[in-house]
Structure formats: C-alpha cells, structure tokens
Design a binder for this molecule. Sequence first.
Ligand code: C2E
Ligand code: CA
Ligand code: CA
Length: 420
Amino acid sequence: EHDGLTGLYTIQKFSQCVKRNMENNQDTKFTFIRLDIERFKMINNFYGVEAGDRLLVYISGLIETYWQDVENCVFGRIDGDVFGICFPKDEKKLNGFILYIKRELKKYKAAYYLETAMGIYDILDNNLDVRNIIARATLAAKQCKGQYMIHEARYTEELRAKIIREQNIINEMEHALETGEFVVYFQPKYELDHCRPSGAEALVRWKKADGTIVSPGDFIPVFESNGFIIRLDYYVWDQVCQFIKNNLAHRGDSEVISVNVSRVNLYNPDFLESLVNLVEKYKIPPKYLNLELTESAFSDDARMMQNAVDYLHKAGFTILMDDFGSGYSSFGMLQNYNFDIMKIDMSFVRQIETNTKTRSIIRFIIEMAHTMDIKIIAEGAETKEQVEFLRDNGCDYIQGYYFYKPMPEEEFVKLLDAGR
Ligand code: C2E
Ligand code: CA
Ligand code: CA
C-alpha cells in the first residue's frame, strides 16, 4: 500500500483512491498533477543511488506537507521519480504549489542543478480511467522537457489536437514518400542588376491524395524531431538533380537551384557522401546545386559545421547561409565559415518601411558581405518600397512574393521559356 522509500501510496493504491474519490464526488471537478524530476537518471548515475533516494524522499516530503490537509486530495508515487497529485480543482492552490516547489527546491543542497517538470490536467470526466488521466498529464509534461524556462504545462484541447495531427503525419509519411505525394515547388530568385529571374529555391509541398496542399511549416518540424527529414531532404535533392539533368540534356544549360539542408543532416554520417554520390549519379556539375544551411545550424556544433562546409566546398557546391539574422548571428560565424551567399531573413525585410534601425542594419549587412565577396539575397520582399530600398543599397538578389511565389515545376519551366 505504501511505498517503502517515500512512505507515499504505491501506484496501485494511489490509482484506486483517485478513482474512488472521483466516483464518490461526481459534482466536484478534479485537477491532476504529474510531477517528475528533470534529468533524474543523470542524478542517479553521477551522484549515486543514495543521492537519488535522498532527493525522492525530500520531494515526497514537500508534496505531503503541501497537500496533506487539503480535503479530497490524493497523492502518491507513480513510478521512479514520478509523483501524482489529484485534488479538487483550485487554481490558487495549484499556483501556490508551483511557487512552493520552486522555493523549496532552492533550499535543497545539491551539487547539481535541480528542476521539476509538471504536467497538469483538468479532468473533465470523473469516470475517466486513471491510466488515461496519467497518460494525458504525461503528454502535457513532455512539453517542458528540455525547455530551460518552462517547468509546467497543461493538457489542453489544443495540445490534444496537435498531438493527433502530428501522429497522423507520422502515420502517413512513409506512404506519402513512396507514392510521390511530396512535390517540389520552385521560387525563382530575381537578379536586381540584370532585372531578370535567376535560379530558384526548391521548396517542398505535401500534396495529399485528396488534392489539399500542406506547407512545410506543418510537417518539417515533426520530421526534424523524428529524423524522417533526412529521407525527405534526400528525396527533394534527387528530384532537383533530375530537373537539372533534364535541363542540361535539352538545352546544354540549367538554372541554378538551391535546396534546403536540414540541420539534422549534420548528424547523419552519410550526409556528405550521399550528396556527392547524388550529383555523380546524375552526372551534373555541382555548381548547379546550391545548398542552403540555416543560420542557427551554424551555431549548433561549430567544428562539425566547419568540416561539412569545407568538404562541400571542395566538392564544388555553393553554400548559402539561410535566415541570416533570425537567430543569434555572430561575427565569429562570419569569420569562421566559408559560405558564398547570405540570405537576409524575412523578418528584416518586413520592417524596411517602418524601422530606420532595420534599414541601417540591412545597409550594413550588405556592405559587410560585399567586402568579403559574399553575395546577398533578401528574402520575403513583398512591396515596391522594399524592393527599391534593397536595389538602391546594392542587394544582389531578391526572393519574394513581389516578384514570384513558389510555383509548380511546369509553371517554372514556362516562365523560363518565356524569358528566352
Ligand atoms: P525558408 O528556407 O526560409 O524558405 C523561404 C520561405 O519563405 C518559403 O516558405 C517561401 O514560400 C516563403 N516566402 C518567400 N517569399 C515570401 C514573401 O514574399 N512573403 C512571404 N510571406 N513568404 C515568402 P515555405 O515554402 O512555406 O517553406 C517554409 C520553410 O520550410 C522553409 O523556409 C524551410 O526552412 C522549410 N523547407 C521547405 N522545403 C524544405 C525542404 O525540402 N527541406 C527542408 N529541410 N526544409 C524545407
Ligand atoms: Ca531556404
Ligand atoms: Ca530563409
């Protein structure tokens, strides 16, 4: 009935009590908290099981002290470092607990940094199975994992919908890749000097069997967290290589196409080789395929990134730094990496008309890049004012709706044919 270490209810007893309590108080709404210790395994491994046990006893003591006199409240140890508390819904009491835990953890003497994560679920149906209740609170708690500033999260309808959406994406992705549901769109870049389209960026779309088109913002983050992006990126590169090969075969020349390279690829040991093999397979000179690496990837793992960039350069590829200015750009980055083209992030271009500081920053970035022989592409220009400002200040290319939106291959080919 009681856990030997902490003296709290065991999971069986706890579940029984929660169930009975809710059934007997049908008119009362309950809230459930699932609390665990962040990186508890690490504490056990590095500081020993006794240190881990001591901490568990301390936390259970805090829970007991705070909740023992609250009417109709049940608490227990679910498993390992996971605790559960079920109490009649009371926001004040809940917020008080969050503050109390923070305060008391600070007092705890430990050699390591100590945090807890709480998943909070307002139980809507008093007859819901306790296992389901715990599962929902666990899903909520997952939202705080690895988030430095977030220590509690709620299970909401939005979260539930988001999890279902993500699960559907995961269920469908393999089939979608096999049946060609991922299609490549092209967004032409506009060369300001010569007033003409010049090259394009390949952007993936998910065209469902029912005709709906899903944008990458909805599925790329999911694929980046489960690793599927490595296969999708490769698929897009392959499609783009075929496109370039066709152009070369028919006209003896091709537009330069840039593809996105997810940061996840840097952790894929086959990444560099697979890319080089790909252009060899289609026998296309690598100068036709440009690679866009997002700025934030450069700060992930500097050494690894530098090696990758150097290797790709030697192999003949042109490297673009995507989203420049969106993250924590640093001048060190500019001095350590040999990339060829910089894409100014859309968030700057957006503010050209309204923010004088932004205008100064853009002018400065362009000038600085040019002294280093780096070309500049401005992303997301939508208005005449933005385009004129960029042109007047020496920007080399614009990729934005003002000139072109991303378009299917046929349309892109038509545009190119019309230009010739
Ligand atoms: P990105 O690489 O920064 O691509 C530019 C995004 O800005 C594209 O969105 C493009 O449609 C949009 N854009 C361009 N000009 C304008 C404009 O004037 N106004 C507005 N509002 N938007 C503009 P998209 O196609 O939805 O792609 C979003 C992001 O998804 C991309 O951002 C990229 O990070 C990622 N992505 C797309 N395709 C791939 C892919 O094949 N592989 C990987 N790893 N990521 C991809
Ligand atoms: Ca890009
Ligand atoms: Ca970008």
